[in-house]
Structures are given as structure tokens and as C-alpha cells.
Design a binder for this molecule. Structure first.
Ligand SMILES: Cc1ncc(COP(=O)(O)O)c(C=O)c1O
Length: 398
């Protein structure tokens, strides 16, 4: 293939485009991770991450992809044979459930349709039946990256409280942290799992646990074997900004820069509003094409990605391939049982109105090349909505 000129459009729902200034922050000589300067950096990024998770509790940072932080959440809080209640929102919830099984836990999986979020009432009903309180944790994926569906965590918490059940609440925010409104403390979450490569605009390689006091206390008695993932040693070293083993120093330089952009320069509320605006513009484009958004409940629409269903007889992976070959844009593939049926548009991270319009133009041209019956009205619908948002900011907030 000849070189493609211009920037590749990386519009998968993570890893996302890394801003140039974050890349430049990473491109700096690696420092001694036991030096006084490193302690200052460590403290700064740990404090910044608490603000992103909206917690006053501990946050730990692993040199690992999100899967590592999933494992850390389970092995620090649970013991062999513990029952965990998990909800099948899609591919990623299924992977987390498989991991729980491999670790020697007993996951019970509430079946879902891969088009809606975790049903808080179904969780309440199951917990109410669990009279001898064998269920030790409820695990929910906040933003199911395979489907573009958000689970309503505050309602899940309310229903757990209504069932008067002491299970811990473990939540995966890998594709929502730094993109969608999320509040670890206020929503009563015990462990929140995050990753660097999506809303935080970093390369893959860092992942996080935010830890409630209740989860920390559970970790003292949890019996699953753990060493690398152990919160105890992490928290002890983190007190002075250090780590019990070599941290991903250069990614932490990048994290410091990304936190500055998100927290100080744009502000999290503006970041969230921007993601909602781009998600709404995308859904308008999808409908104007005459296609279907996979998510069925408007209260559960994702602000960070949109999964689009193709009409029967049309292969979403063929469409993606044509778009990649002709327009140098990567879109998300259909995962698990959605393979070939959906494609996913990532609209998260370092992303603005014109990036979205370029993305949607690539899709609209790709649909025509692939012979998918679609009206050439999507980009126009998105443009009209975005222009309206600038004319009347109240509309964007609605
Ligand atoms: C919701 C969700 N959970 C977990 C993961 C796994 O994270 P990683 O691939 O970084 O290990 C992903 C990855 O995309 C994800 O989107």
C-alpha cells in the first residue's frame, strides 16, 4: 500500500487519538523512579486521578492495560469460591465474567440482550433472594464498549441498598472515565476500574482502581492470591508518590499533561458536555442515513461511542474495510455475537466538531461504496445540530 497522506482517522472506541502535546510530554528522558522529582510527579498524578474518579479515597495506578485493573478489583476484594453477580451487557461484561471464573470465583451472570444496560431491578431481585448473603460483589460495566450502552450506576446502587445487601459494587469505567459523568464516592461505588487509552487520551498501558473504605477493609480478609496487583503495597508506597515496582514513568508524564488538559484547561463538565453533543450529532446522522442505533433506551445512550446496526444482508466488516482502504479511517468492529452486524463509531477523547464531521463523512461515503442503502443526509443532519448547539448552547446541554 502506498503511504496515506494526512492523519489517520482513529475512530475506534479506544485506543483514541493522543494529542500532540501529550506525545511530547511522554517524549522526555526517563527519570529515576526513586528520585525526589519522581515523588512529586507520583503525588500529582495520584491526586489528579482522584479528581477524575471524584473520590477522596485511594486510587492506584498499574503499568497494565484495563484487563489488569479488572483482575486487581477481583483479587483484592474476594476469596476463592465467592459468588459474584455480574450483568451481561455485552462482550466486555462477558470477558470480565470469564476472568472471574478463571480466578476461582463463582460468577452468576444475569442475561442481557446486548442492546440495553444492567437492569437495576433485576439486580435488586437477585440480591433480595440471597438470604444467606453468599453474593460478595456485584460487577457492572458502566459503558459497554461493544454496544454503546451505559448502565445507570446510581440506580444500581439504590437497588442494592433497597435489597439491604452488603455486596460490594465493582464498576468498569474503561470507556467512560474522562468522557462521561462518573462519581465514585457520590454513587457509592466500591471499586472503579479505569484505563488510560480512551477518555484520558493516553496510549494504552496504564490502568486504575479507585477504592472505597469498604473495599479496602474487604481487601484485608480477601484470600484470592495476589502479588503484583496487591493494593496494600501500592498504597503504602503511593503515600510519598512512589510505587512498589517500576512504574510506567513516561506514561505518567503523559498522564500529568492529560490531567492538566481535562481538569484545568477544559474542565470535566465541559468535557462531558462535549461528548454528549458529539454523541447526539452522531445519532442524528445515523437516523438520517436511515440506519439503526444499537442502543434501545435513550436514557442509556453512550456519549463516547455509537454502535450502528446494518440492514440484514450487509456485512459491517466489509464496510469497515472499504472505509479503511479508501479513506484511511479505522472504525470499531462488531464484537462477539455482534460480529459483522454492527460497526462502532468512537467519538471520545481528543475530539471536536470537525473531527466528528470528517468521521461521519467517511462513513457516509463508505456506505455508498459498500452499496448499503442509506440516504446521503447524515453529515447534513449532524452539521445542522452542531451549528444549532453553537447558536444556542442551551440546546447542546438539553
Ligand atoms: C469496557 C471495557 N472493559 C475492559 C476492557 C479491557 O481493557 P484492555 O483491553 O485495556 O485490557 C475494555 C477494552 O476495550 C473495555 O472497553
Amino acid at each position: 500500500m502506498p503511504r496515506a497522506a494526512g492523519r489517520h482517522f482513529l475512530q475506534i472506541p479506544g485506543p483514541t487519538n493522543v494529542p500532540d502535546r501529550v506525545l511530547r510530554a511522554i517524549d522526555f528522558p526517563t527519570m529515576d523512579h526513586r528520585s525526589p522529582d519522581f515523588g512529586v510527579l507520583g503525588k500529582e498524578v495520584l491526586e489528579g486521578m482522584k479528581r477524575v474518579f471524584r473520590t477522596t479515597g485511594h486510587v492506584v495506578i498499574y503499568p497494565a492495560s484495563g484487563t489488569g485493573a479488572w483482575e486487581a478489583a477481583l483479587v483484592n476484594t474476594l476469596s476463592p469460591g465467592d459468588k459474584v453477580l455480574m450483568y451481561e451487557t455485552g462482550h466486555f461484561a462477558s470477558l470480565w465474567q470469564k476472568m472471574a471464573k478463571k480466578l476461582g470465583l463463582e460468577p452468576e451472570f444475569i442475561a442481557g440482550d446486548w442492546r440495553s444496560g444492567a437492569d437495576p431491578r433485576a439486580i435488586q431481585a437477585r440480591l433480595s433472594e440471597d438470604k444467606d448473603q453468599r453474593i460478595k460483589a456485584v460487577c457492572v460495566v458502566h459503558n459497554e464498549t461493544a454496544t454503546g450502552v451505559v448502565s445507570r450506576i446510581p440506580e444500581v446502587r439504590k437497588c442494592m441498598d433497597a435489597a439491604k445487601h452488603p455486596a460490594l459494587l465493582l464498576v468498569d469505567t474503561i470507556s467512560s472515565l474522562g468522557s462521561l459523568d462518573y462519581r465514585h464516592d457520590e454513587w457509592g461505588v466500591d471499586v472503579t476500574v479505569g484505563g488510560s487509552q480512551k477518555g484520558l487520551m493516553l496510549p494504552p498501558g496504564l490502568s486504575f482502581n479507585a477504592i472505597s473504605a469498604k473495599a479496602l477493609s474487604a481487601s484485608k480478609n480477601a484470600k484470592l492470591p495476589r502479588s503484583f496487583w496487591d493494593w496494600g503495597e501500592m498504597i503504602a508506597s503511593n503515600k510519598d508518590g512512589y510505587f512498589p515496582y517500576t512504574p510506567a514513568t513516561n506514561l505518567l508524564y503523559g498522564l500529568r499533561e492529560a490531567l492538566k488538559m481535562l481538569l484545568e484547561e477544559e474542565g470535566l463538565e465541559n468535557v462531558f458536555a462535549r461528548h454528549q453533543r458529539h454523541a447526539e450529532a452522531t445519532r442524528r446522522a445515523v437516523r438520517a442515513w436511515g440506519l439503526e442505533v444499537l442502543a434501545t433506551n435513550p436514557a442509556e445512550y453512550s456519549g463516547s461511542l455509537t454502535a450502528v446496526l446494518l440492514p440484514a444482508g450487509h456485512d459491517a466488516d466489509r464496510l469497515r474495510k472499504l472505509i479503511l482502504e479508501n479513506f484511511d479511517m479505522s472504525l470499531g468492529t462488531g464484537l462477539g455475537k455482534l460480529a459483522g452486524r454492527v460497526f462502532r463509531i468512537g467519538h471520545l477523547g481528543d475530539f471536536n466538531d470537525l473531527t466528528l464531521l470528517g468521521t461521519l463523512a467517511g462513513v457516509e461515503m463508505g456506505l455508498a461504496l459498500a452499496g448499503v442503502p442509506a440516504k446521503k443526509e447524515g453529515v447534513k443532519a449532524a452539521m445542522e445540530y452542531l451549528a444549532d448547539c453553537h447558536r444556542s448552547p442551551a440546546r447542546a446541554a438539553a
